[in-house]
Design a protein around this ligand. Structure first.
Ligand SMILES: [Zn+2]
Length: 235
């Protein structure tokens, strides 16, 4: 690659196989383990994560034009203590969620704000209570505010739920109501279901992949290429 811009760009986010993490992290993230949802159906937890090395990296890495990595990492004391320290971990499927949220943002034409604990929740998060939720897959977002509208009324939640559902059959929302996990009455819950993403940068054969050569996914590099595309077309 001869492009100077790409050379000065950050090296991207490391993709890690959570089976390779230390014991404490593995027991929190539970890669590959099965969890039941509230209907008793079993789902396998994600195994591949982006490793976010620092607060600065979380702040500066954009997944899409309007969504940064940090927005999916906002948690309070309900999350396991170890996950408040960097490096932090996000299931790779979060990039699909960001793509759909970006489409959603374009449809509503206003800023979309994700709540604290409203992005990724580990299987050890207190709100999870051993029940599978797409938040544990990094494929769900709780949106508490859109533009200047705080989502606390049936009318506003149902209106934006409809926008979300119209995006794609993949998008699922929780109907307005009071039952925790089944309903939402102070946010719009949007999810893509139990998607696990196996990054093309990784080899799934653990025997063949030396630890030192962990692959990286460069969000920034891809975005730069997209920005340059219209200019290239004119030439
Ligand atoms: Zn939710």
């Amino acid at each position: 690659m001869s492009d100077v811009e790409v050379e000065v760009e950050s090296a991207g986010l490391k993709v890690v196989d959570a089976y390779d993490l230390d014991d404490a992290l593995r027991s929190i993230l539970k890669p590959g383990e099965m969890v039941r949802d509230d209907q008793g159906r079993r789902h396998r937890l994600p195994r591949y994560f982006y490793e976010v090395p620092s607060y600065e990296a979380a702040q500066s890495t954009r997944l899409t034009t309007h969504f940064g990595l940090n927005e999916f990492l906002l948690t309070d004391l309900k999350e396991a203590q170890r996950l408040h320290e960097f490096p932090r971990y996000l299931p790779c499927a979060v990039r699909l969620l960001a793509f759909y949220l970006q489409q959603f943002r374009e449809k509503v034409g206003a800023s979309v704000h994700i709540a604290v604990n409203g992005g990724y929740r580990s299987p050890s998060h207190k709100l999870v209570q051993n029940t599978a939720s797409p938040h544990m897959w990094g494929t769900a977002a709780d949106i508490y505010r859109i533009g200047s509208t705080i989502l606390r009324t049936k009318e506003s939640i149902e209106r934006f739920n409809e926008v979300a559902e119209d995006l794609s059959d993949e998008v699922h929302v929780l109907p307005y109501g009071p039952i925790l996990g089944r309903n939402a009455d102070d946010h719009v819950h949007l999810d893509l279901g139990y998607i696990t993403l196996i990054p093309r940068e990784i080899s799934e054969d653990r025997m063949e992949q030396p630890q030192e050569n962990r692959p990286r996914f460069a969000f920034e590099e891809r975005r730069r290429k997209e920005r340059r595309a219209p200019v290239a077309a004119e030439e």
